[in-house]
Design a protein around this ligand. Structure first.
Ligand code: ADP
Length: 551
C-alpha cells in the first residue's frame, strides 16, 4: 500500500510513543539530575545512557515484544529507567504492588505471566516464600543498595548494575504501534483477587500531555513549573505514581526518588534537595506535617497535589497555614489516573466572585481535564442534570481510560456498561462544572430510605479539635436499615471528648444545615487506629468485615 492510501498508522512519527516523551530531554536538560535517596545522583545524560543499556540488556535476557517484565522495588531511579526502557522495547512493565499479601503478590506475578523480575534485595525473602507462583519466571535480577544474598531456588540472573555494565547501549528504540500495551498493575482489591489494569503507549502519552496542561497552565491555586524539583510521595507501583514521573522526564524536571517511604528520610530529602512539587494521599501529608521533624522543612516552597481520597477543608487549611500550595485531584487506577483537578476557575473566587474562600473551590473534587467527558447517571443509566442536587454514579469517557481488566471479560463489561467507564463513585456535577464526589457508591449509608454521605460526617468530625481521624461506615440497624458508625482516633495530648460530646458536635453541623439530620443517628466509637489499605487509604471493607464478625 502506498503512503497515500494508508490510513497513516504506519507513518513514522505518527504514533504516540513513550520513547518520544523521553528523548527530548537529551538536549533540553541533559545536565539536570535524578537523585536516589542520598546514594545515587545521575544527570539525565547518564540516566538516558543507562536506560538505553537496560533496553539492550532486556533483549539479552530474552525479553521479546509482548512479554511482561515485573519490578518489585521501592521508588528509585531504576524503576524510572524501567518505566521507559521496558515499554520502549515493546514489552509490558508490571509494577508489582509489594504491599499486597505475599499470596496476592504471587497471584499477580502468575496472572501477569511475568517472565523476568527485577527485585530489590529487600523482597528476595518474600519471593522465596512464593516460589510456587513463579513457574513462568525465567530470570530474577537483583536490585541492590548493599550486600545481598540469593535465597536457594530462585533463577537469579545477576545484579542490575553488573547487567547494565555488561552491554552496549541500544543504538535506537524501535518504532512500535501506539496501541502496544506499555504498563500493567493490579488494583489493591481488598476482596477477591486483585484485578489487572493496563495502559498503552497512546494512553500514557495523552495522559501525560493533558495532565501537564492542567497542572502547569493554571496559576491558581498552583502551577507546576519547569524549575520545580519533583519527588513522588505516591508509590511508583500505584498507577505509575499517578503518571507524574512521565511528566517529569518529558519536561526535564530535577527529580528525587526517596526509596522506601520512611517519614524522617522523606523530610530530610525534601529539605536537602529543596523539593518543590509532590503528590500524595491526605493521610501521608498529615503524617509528614505532624512528624516531630517536620519543623526542619521549609514547607513554603512546596506544591502538593492531593488525591486518592477527598481533600477535606481541614486538611487544606492545615497545609495552607504551613505555607503549602495545595490542590485536589481525582482519579482511580482504571483512569491512568488523573481525570479532574480542582484548579480555580476564572472569576469564581475573590472580590466579585461567587465564592469567597479559595478552600471552598480547591476542596471540590475537581474540574475535568481537557478531553475528559464526565456525567452522572442514575441506576437506569439516565443522566442526572448538572447543577442540581441530584446524585448518581460518575461515569467517564476519555482517551486514556483502561480498556478493561486483564483476562476478566465479565468485570470489564461491568466497568464499561453502556460505553462509559463506571467509577463506582457517587457524585454530582455542580453549576460551575466541577465534579463533586459525594461517596463511594458502596459507602453511601442508607438510613430509612435516605442516602447519607459518610464523607460529610467524616468531614464534620475531623473539624473537632480533639479528632485526629474519623472514618464512617454503615452499620446494620433494626429500625433504620443502617445507621452511621464512626470510628474515631483522638489526638494525643488534647482533653478527650466522650462519644456523646462528638455526637453533639454533629448536632451543631445539622443545625447549620451542613449535615442531614439523620446523621445524628451516628454511633461514635473511639479506636486506637483505623485500618488502611496497602496504599494508605481507609479500608472500609475491613471495617465492615470486623463489625460483622463482632470485632
Ligand atoms: P487512587 O488511589 O490513585 O485514586 P484507586 O483506584 O486506588 O486509585 O482509588 C480510586 C478511588 O479513590 C476513587 O474511585 C474514589 O473512590 C477515591 N478517590 C480518589 N480521588 C478522590 C477524591 N478527590 N475525592 C474523593 N474520593 C477520591
Amino acid at each position: 500500500m502506498s503512503t497515500h492510501e494508508s490510513p497513516g498508522a504506519a507513518r513514522p512519527g505518527h504514533a504516540l510513543l513513550i520513547r518520544d516523551l523521553m528523548l527530548r530531554v537529551r538536549t533540553w536538560a541533559p545536565g539536570r539530575t535524578i537523585q536516589y535517596r542520598d546514594r545515587v545522583t545521575l544527570t539525565y545524560r547518564e540516566w538516558l545512557g543507562r536506560t538505553a543499556r537496560l533496553g539492550a540488556w532486556l533483549g539479552r535476557l530474552g525479553v521479546r515484544p509482548g512479554d511482561r517484565v515485573g519490578v518489585l522495588d521501592w521508588d528509585s531511579h531504576r524503576v524510572l529507567e524501567m518505566f521507559f526502557a521496558v515499554p520502549c522495547v515493546g514489552a509490558t512493565l508490571h509494577t508489582v504492588n509489594v504491599k499486597l499479601t505475599p499470596e496476592q503478590v504471587g497471584y499477580t506475578i502468575r496472572h501477569a505471566r511475568d517472565t523476568v523480575l527485577f527485585v530489590h534485595a529487600d523482597f528476595l525473602p518474600l519471593l522465596a516464600g512464593i516460589r510456587g507462583f513463579l513457574g513462568m519466571v525465567r530470570h530474577v535480577v537483583v536490585l541492590a543498595d548493599g550486600p545481598w544474598e540469593a535465597p536457594d531456588g530462585l533463577p537469579v540472573a545477576g545484579e542490575y548494575e553488573e547487567g547494565l555494565g555488561s552491554v552496549e547501549p541500544l543504538a535506537s528504540w524501535p518504532d512500535l504501534e501506539e496501541d502496544t500495551t506499555a504498563t500493567l498493575f493490579y488494583t489493591t482489591g481488598t476482596t477477591g483477587d486483585p484485578k489487572g489494569v493496563s495502559f498503552t503507549h497512546r494512553q500514557i502519552v495523552l495522559h501525560t500531555l493533558a495532565a501537564t496542561m492542567t497542572l502547569a497552565i493554571y496559576e491558581e491555586p498552583m502551577s507546576l513549573r519547569a524549575s520545580d524539583v519533583y519527588m513522588p510521595l505516591t508509590p511508583m507501583f500505584h498507577v505509575h505514581a499517578w503518571g507524574v514521573p512521565y511528566i517529569a522526564v518529558a519536561v526535564g524536571l530535577t527529580q528525587v526518588y526517596p526509596g522506601r517511604y520512611e517519614p524522617a528520610v522523606l523530610l530530610a530529602l525534601m529539605e536537602r534537595h529543596r523539593v518543590t512539587f509532590t503528590h500524595c494521599v491526605p493521610t501521608l501529608l498529615l503524617m509528614l506535617l505532624r512528624h516531630p521533624a517536620s519543623g526542619t522543612v521549609d514547607w513554603s516552597r512546596l506544591k502538593v497535589v492531593i488525591g486518592g481520597a477527598a481533600l477535606l477543608p481541614a486538611v487544606a487549611r492545615e497545609a495552607r497555614e504551613r505555607g503549602i500550595c495545595i490542590v485536589g485531584g481525582y482519579g482511580m487506577s482504571e483512569t491512568c489516573p488523573i481525570v479532574a483537578v480542582s484548579n480555580l476557575q476564572p472569576g469564581l473566587v475573590g472580590p466579585g466572585g461567587r465564592v469567597e474562600d479559595e478552600v471552598d473551590v480547591i476542596t471540590r473534587t475537581g474540574f475535568p481535564l481537557p478531553l475528559v467527558q464526565a456525567r452522572v447517571v442514575d441506576e437506569e443509566g439516565r443522566e442526572v442534570p448538572a447543577g442540581g442536587e441530584g446524585v448518581g454514579e460518575l461515569v467517564l469517557r476519555c482517551p486514556w481510560l483502561t480498556s478493561g481488566y486483564v483476562d476478566d471479560p465479565a468485570a470489564s463489561e461491568r466497568l464499561w456498561k453502556d460505553g462509559w467507564l463506571h467509577t463506582g463513585d457517587g457524585a454530582r456535577i455542580d453549576a460551575d462544572g466541577y465534579i463533586r464526589i459525594t461517596d463511594r457508591i458502596k459507602d453511601v449509608i442508607k438510613i430509612g430510605g435516605e442516602w447519607i454521605s459518610s464523607l460529610e460526617i467524616e468531614g464534620v468530625l475531623a473539624r473537632h479539635p480533639a479528632v485526629a481521624e474519623a472514618a464512617v461506615i454503615g452499620a446494620p440497624d433494626a429500625k433504620w436499615d443502617e445507621h452511621p458508625r464512626a470510628e474515631v482516633v483522638l489526638r494525643p495530648g488534647v482533653a478527650a471528648p466522650t462519644p456523646r460530646e462528638l455526637v453533639r458536635h454533629l448536632h451543631a453541623a445539622v443545625e447549620d444545615g451542613v449535615l442531614h439530620k439523620r446523621a445524628l443517628l451516628t454511633e461514635v466509637v473511639l479506636v486506637e487506629s483505623i485500618p488502611r489499605t496497602s496504599v494508605g487509604k481507609v479500608d472500609k471493607k475491613r471495617m465492615r468485615a470486623a463489625l460483622k464478625s463482632g470485632g
